[in-house]
Design a protein around this ligand. Structure first.
Ligand code: ADP
Length: 374
């Protein structure tokens, strides 16, 4: 089935046309600066998309559109066929994802206006984590924060964690229902998920994607009083604090570079600032993996995915070294191999199998869309 996959940002529109039978990508691109260039709105961006799609389609037709939607709140635990009510529900979740959900709605409405008869599916980043138990999703704060404001752990990168869980279970020939693992999705944004019996039972991102690991530009875990104190002292406004923690922290703050490849290159040249950043990021992840190993009652596998997870030999090495106390042993030669396939990088006698698996969120969104439409 030919599916158009849309990832709509407030000023950008990323798209891909995929054949879900052959996994072929017919075309893909990113349109930026919507609203601040000659491209006035998402409707106009879609005209550009339509023109470029037409060139590659020949006599074939797009049969459905899959939208990546960041926040599905407590309602959406799986992909859904979009109608007016669903669109409004996504819109109503805007307070939880003020940048992302309204952008997704712009994309959905632009498609509806242009191709009213084309079925559209929403695939939510939070959906896979709807299985978190209450003692995990609750923060230890007064209930009104949850009941009035929806403050709880939601978790993100669900599409990727879900896909990679399936790939790893298949690779190890374990039934998904019996599969316990720790999945590390390490891109510019990064999160780690505890998988028990094939489902998510804990994850490092929380109410927003800020919590958890040291990321490219996000701080991850910190003492909330840092925020309240600095705002109370009027050193920063709430908006400035938000930007500081989401856009100016993480590797960027520690090393001056948000890009892991740049950081590890500098580490190779003996740069101390980069060394600190790498050590801090790896240490944080090692702690989470060890904790989640306990959370799932013993992980069969630790799985690395996304840009850093799939490519950074050095980062994987740093993360796995302290895990030797758990009996997890990285094989340095296997770790150094570059390949786009699912592969084992631990030794034969490692107590926990360590894997690298390629994520592909667009393929997963297209697959889910085609399945629902069919
Ligand atoms: P996004 O979250 O934007 O989808 P990606 O999954 O593409 O991010 O991951 C981007 C990160 O992967 C960057 O930090 C980049 O430096 C890192 N990365 C990509 N290739 C390599 C590599 N060969 N070595 C180290 N890091 C890499």
């Amino acid at each position: 089935m030919l599916i158009l996959v849309i990832n709509s940002g407030s000023s950008s529109l990323k798209y891909q046309v995929r054949d879900t039978e052959t996994e072929e990508v017919l075309t893909s691109d990113l349109i930026e600066r919507i609203g601040i260039s000659e491209i006035k709105d998402h409707g106009q961006a879609l005209d550009i998309v339509a023109a470029s799609i037409e060139e590659v389609l020949g006599d074939r037709e797009i049969e459905g559109v899959g939208h990546r939607v960041v926040h599905g709140g407590e309602r959406f635990s799986e992909p859904v066929l979009i109608n007016n009510e669903i669109t409004r529900a996504i819109e109503r979740l805007a307070p939880l994802a003020p940048l992302h959900n309204p952008a997704a709605v712009l994309g959905i409405r632009a498609i509806t206006a242009k191709w009213p008869n084309l079925p559209q599916v929403a695939v939510f980043d939070t959906a896979f984590h709807r299985t978190l138990p209450e003692h995990v999703w609750r923060y230890a704060v007064p209930d009104e924060l949850y009941s009035k404001f929806g403050v709880r752990r939601y978790g993100f990168h669900g599409t990727s964690h879900d896909l990679v869980t399936g790939l790893a279970a298949d690779y190890l020939d374990v039934e998904r229902e019996n599969f316990n693992a720790v999945i590390c999705h390490l891109g510019n944004g990064a999160s780690v998920t505890a998988i028990k019996g094939g489902v998510s039972v804990d994850t490092s991102m929380g109410y927003t994607p800020l919590e958890g690991l040291v990321m490219g530009t996000r701080s991850g875990d910190l003492d909330a009083s840092i925020v309240t104190q600095l705002i109370m002292r009027e050193e920063f406004t709430a908006e400035e604090m938000d930007t500081l923690l989401n856009k100016k922290s993480g590797l960027l703050a520690l090393a001056g570079d948000s890009d892991m490849r740049a950081v590890t290159d500098r580490v190779g040249q003996g740069d101390e600032q980069a060394e600190l950043a790498l050590t801090a990021a790896a240490y944080r992840l090692s702690k989470y993996i060890a904790g989640y190993h306990v959370a799932v009652g013993g992980a069969q596998a630790i799985v690395f995915t996304a840009g850093i997870g799939e490519n950074s030999i050095v980062f994987r090495e740093r993360v796995c070294k302290p895990l030797e106390v758990l009996g997890a042993k990285l094989d340095p030669e296997l770790n150094a191999i570059r390949s786009p396939e699912v592969r084992r990088i631990s030794t034969e006698d490692s107590a926990i199998t360590i894997l690298v698996a390629p994520t592909n969120e667009e393929a997963a969104i297209a697959g889910a869309t085609a399945e629902l439409i069919a």
